[in-house]
Design a protein around this ligand. Structure first.
Ligand SMILES: C[S@@+](CC[C@H](N)C(=O)[O-])C[C@H]1O[C@@H](n2cnc3c(N)ncnc32)[C@H](O)[C@@H]1O
Length: 276
């Protein structure tokens, strides 16, 4: 399949899946390869024929949606975001939780891939913040729609590339280097629950001090679906909690309930509850 054929297929199909082409422009390679493999399985040689197949097989759309999932992640992705979390956001949220006499700080990592994001949070807490907030325990709920990734997350062994942004001294403290893999030591797995969950569904119950929703909804979903998810996420935040997006992501333009928190462009909090 030529690149231009894959682009035109994606530009036609993605809006029908409530996804947006913009998010896929740079990462389409892996999706195109998967679609090509699928077309081979079906003995379909031409993109036009695959479109016709989609027109006549409603189930194929579910499969195509899965093929369009981007699963790239790594520890400390967007280093600046983790510096802000460690220096500013998590200490403020921890102080607020302490003032409420809570005994835990609750974080939800949405679309957690193989655990790189939620484990980055536990490392930050264990190695930088825990001693400052001895009365608080960190609880991280890490959810993803992909059970294969969740199983990998529980094993928590990674290639060197997944750790390239993590400070080397933290890598050496937190991981055992076994053969070619870096495996997270047990003490850094404590406090994390991995759970299957589709972010388009209502949230998994609890109220969270911090929700990380990065490089998923606000990159790949269309605006209608983004607005629906924002509603779910805000309902799952405590009154002075924070929502963190990816560093290149923005909320839908007409989403007025949220305010930048306090000055960092990728952190938001419910406007009507904003502390001054
Ligand atoms: C690009 S990765 C981002 C991982 C991590 N948040 C980060 O920023 O590094 C997107 C993740 O979202 C997951 N995902 C895709 N659709 C989802 C959905 N509807 N509900 C929950 N997770 C989903 C994918 O399986 C993948 O692990």
């Amino acid at each position: 399949m030529r690149d231009c054929d894959c682009i035109s297929l994606l530009q036609w199909a993605l809006p029908r899946l409530h996804m947006q082409w913009r998010g896929y422009r740079k990462v389409r390679g892996q999706v195109c390869k998967r679609i090509q493999r699928r077309m081979r399985e079906l003995a379909i040689t031409d993109v036009a024929l695959y479109r016709a197949y989609l027109d006549h097989h409603a189930d194929e759309w579910l499969l195509l949606r899965d093929l369009c999932r981007i699963t790239i992640s790594r520890f400390w992705r967007d280093k600046g975001a983790y510096l802000s979390l460690g220096n500013d956001v998590l200490p403020v949220l921890a102080r607020q939780a302490t003032q409420r006499s809570d005994d835990s700080l609750r974080v939800w990592s949405v679309g957690c891939a193989s655990g790189e994001e939620p484990y980055s949070i536990t490392l930050l807490w264990e190695l930088k913040l825990r001693d400052r907030f001895p009365s608080l325990k960190l609880h991280v709920l890490a959810t993803d729609i992909d059970n294969v990734l969740l199983a990998r997350a529980k094993v928590a062994c990674y290639g060197r590339g997944s750790l390239k942004d993590l400070p080397v001294e933290w890598r050496d403290i937190a991981f055992d280097h076994i053969d070619n893999a870096y495996c997270l030591r047990q003490r850094f797995k404590i406090g994390i629950t991995f759970q299957h969950h589709d972010v388009r569904d209502p949230p998994p119950g609890a109220q969270f001090d911090l929700i990380l929703c990065r490089n998923l909804v606000f990159t790949y979903f269309d605006e209608e679906q983004q607005r629906a998810v924002v509603g779910h996420l805000i309902n799952a935040l405590v009154s002075d909690g924070a929502l963190m997006l990816g560093s290149h992501e923005q909320l839908p333009i007409d989403e007025r309930r949220l305010k930048v928190w306090p000055v960092l462009p990728c952190f938001f909090t419910p406007q009507e509850r904003l502390r001054t």
